[in-house]
Design a protein around this ligand. Structure first.
Ligand SMILES: Cc1cc2nc3c(=O)[nH]c(=O)nc-3n(C[C@H](O)[C@H](O)[C@H](O)COP(=O)(O)O)c2cc1C
Length: 169
């Protein structure tokens, strides 16, 4: 029931090549994009985020743990975990994090991870969050992404970050 080719791209990040550099833990350099991401124990999203030129904060894997509070602009990266009946989609750990208005108000956009085998529910969590929080879906990738996904996101994120965080001359 696949509706998209693996690695299919829909979103606002355009695609041309750029060398990727590794993501690093959040450091106090606001010029470098900040990603907040969830990844379960299967670590697909984590492996993708590791390849990005960004500061990165991972949300707790277990819902019992308290999510971090973020007080600066960030882009959220989240996989979709839907239930067979079509409900769910947004991981509870992400819901818990976004329920805090103090963090949510800094959300600039969403990057979705998923599996095209889920058809129309591919990356549904990103669509749901974008609609609810009125921010754009920047990109969608499958599983741990391809080298092309990494190139496109690195380039698009840098551009998006500049637009959102730097005053125009
Ligand atoms: C129970 C379950 C439900 C899932 N539901 C969806 C879905 O509705 N849409 C989608 O695009 N991917 C779905 N996926 C695929 C995951 O989003 C995908 O494997 C993702 O790479 C997991 O990221 P993670 O390893 O970082 O947690 C589902 C996976 C599982 C195990």
């Amino acid at each position: 029931m696949s509706t998209h080719a693996p690695g299919a791209v829909r979103g606002t990040i355009p695609g041309t090549a750029q060398e990727s550099r590794g993501a690093s833990p959040a450091a106090p350099d606001p010029r470098v994009p900040l990603l907040v991401y969830f990844s379960s124990v299967s670590d697909n999203t984590h492996r993708f985020v590791e390849k990005l030129h960004a500061r990165a904060v991972r949300l707790p894997v277990h819902t019992g743990e308290e999510p971090p509070e973020i007080d600066e602009p960030f882009v959220l990266v989240t996989p979709t975990y839907g239930r067979p009946d079509g409900s769910g989609a947004v991981p509870p750990q992400v819901v818990k994090f976004l329920n805090r208005a103090a963090s949510r108000r800094h959300l600039l956009g969403v990057i979705g991870a998923g599996n095209t085998n889920f058809g129309t529910a591919f990356c549904l969590a990103a669509d749901k969050i974008a609609a609810k929080c009125d921010v754009p879906v920047l990109y969608k990738f499958e599983l741990m992404g391809t080298p092309e996904d990494v190139r496109k996101v690195n380039q698009g994120l840098e551009q998006f970050w500049r637009q959102c965080t730097q005053p125009r001359a």
